[in-house]
Design a binder for this molecule. Structure first.
Ligand SMILES: [Zn+2]
Length: 221
């Protein structure tokens, strides 16, 4: 298939996302398929003639896949079964928001063909994304995501920067670990509180002391 042969609707939709280089785009006549480069997460962009048609497509969405359905009209924006149903004008910003909510959450060293390789782990914070869109919150301005490690010795969260030092106090050398899995938490500048991926507040007492200082510093800056 040649690019010139694509239908006009797909060209119009593709024209809105082609400069978002977080995704690797595959274009066909009825679907744009994006692969998030860092995480490998799959995103489908489909076009529907009406909201009703979009709702039918949304019901078929596989869990774990990302889906955006573009419908005619100017103001449509809602979520159905985790799929975004929206007007073309919201497409680009929504895809960027989706990308902002795919966050690095750790790594694992694996053996492959006799060599060692680091596999990175990413988490998609879809629940937070919907909440942020609803309340018009902007990444970097109203909130940031940060990686925290839940210490198995004291049961408290340590921020990624303080992990090495903190584990030393328990006699552990992080350098010897072949994997680390973090929990991604949200630091909200709006109310100066920390939230988990379900939107539940994580009280300051659940963090080790040095991390409490770090959080306070972030909120003061
Ligand atoms: Zn600890």
């Amino acid at each position: 298939m040649k690019f010139e042969e694509l239908n006009e609707k797909i060209k119009k939709v593709y024209g809105k996302v082609r400069t978002i280089d977080d995704f690797h785009w595959h274009i066909s006549d009825n679907l744009i398929h994006g692969i998030h480069k860092k995480s490998g997460l799959r995103l489908e962009i489909r076009i529907a003639e009406s909201k009703e048609a979009a709702d039918k497509i949304a019901q078929k969405k596989e869990p774990g896949n990302l889906m955006v359905i573009v419908v005619p009209g100017k103001e449509t924006f809602y979520v159905n079964n985790g799929a975004f149903v929206l007007a073309l004008k919201f497409l680009r910003s929504t895809i960027q928001d989706i990308s902002d909510h795919i966050v690095w959450a750790g790594f694992k060293v694996v053996e492959r063909d006799g060599a060692l390789e680091q596999e990175d782990i990413y988490e998609y914070l879809g629940g937070r994304l919907i909440e942020h869109i609803k309340s018009g919150m902007v990444n970097g301005k109203d909130y940031i995501f940060w990686q925290f490690y839940k210490c198995e010795h004291c049961g408290k969260y340590v921020d990624i920067e303080n992990l090495v030092r903190h584990m030393k106090t328990h006699g552990e050398d992080v350098k010897e670990w072949s994997e680390e899995k973090y929990e991604v938490l949200e630091l909200s500048f709006e109310d100066k509180k920390v939230y988990n991926k379900f939107g539940k507040e994580v009280p300051l007492e659940e963090f080790v002391e040095e991390t409490q200082d770090f959080i306070k510093e972030v909120f003061e800056s």
